[in-house]
Design a protein around this ligand. Structure first.
Ligand SMILES: [Cu+2]
Length: 147
């Protein structure tokens, strides 16, 4: 089949105007992420970040994935009868134009079973899984102190 040149031109023009005209899809972003450096051989590292939702719709975080840990989880530290304990955080709502803060003593990334050492200065690849199936990716630096 021989497509006339003018037809191809029109088709390409249509494609480019469609991509220019469409509003960029709004997506949450990870900000201020970091993972606390641990002694060599540590089986678990803790990570923190702020998930910002600049969009007009609320989103929910349901899981975390990482190529650098065999078992990443989202935990919340709670004080029950004066005893501090951690549990799986479950589904986390982030309101429209709101944010979700992971910070020491509260919500945290519990990053377990790293297949290889992650010394200070290395980067952790991580993505938060949203209830609608989207993933929010970031690379978190391993450091001794909060940035
Ligand atoms: Cu934990």
């Amino acid at each position: 089949m021989n497509v006339p040149r003018w037809f191809l031109g029109l088709w390409l023009a249509g494609l480019s105007s469609a991509s220019v005209g469409a509003a960029p899809a709004c997506a949450p972003v990870i900000d201020q992420g970091w993972v606390r450096a641990a002694p060599p051989g540590a089986a678990t590292l803790a990570g923190y970040l702020v998930l910002k939702n600049p969009c007009d719709a609320a989103v929910s975080v349901v899981d975390v994935e990482s190529l650098d840990f065999a078992m990443p989880m989202i935990h919340r530290t709670e004080e029950v009868d004066g005893v501090s304990r951690m549990r799986a955080a479950g589904r986390l709502e982030v309101p429209a134009r709101g944010e979700l803060r992971f910070a020491p003593g509260g919500l945290h990334l519990m990053l377990m079973k790293p297949p290889k050492p992650l010394p200070e200065g290395s980067r952790v690849r991580l993505r938060l899984v949203l209830a609608d199936g989207r993933r929010v990716y970031s690379e978190l630096p391993v450091r001794r102190q909060a940035p």
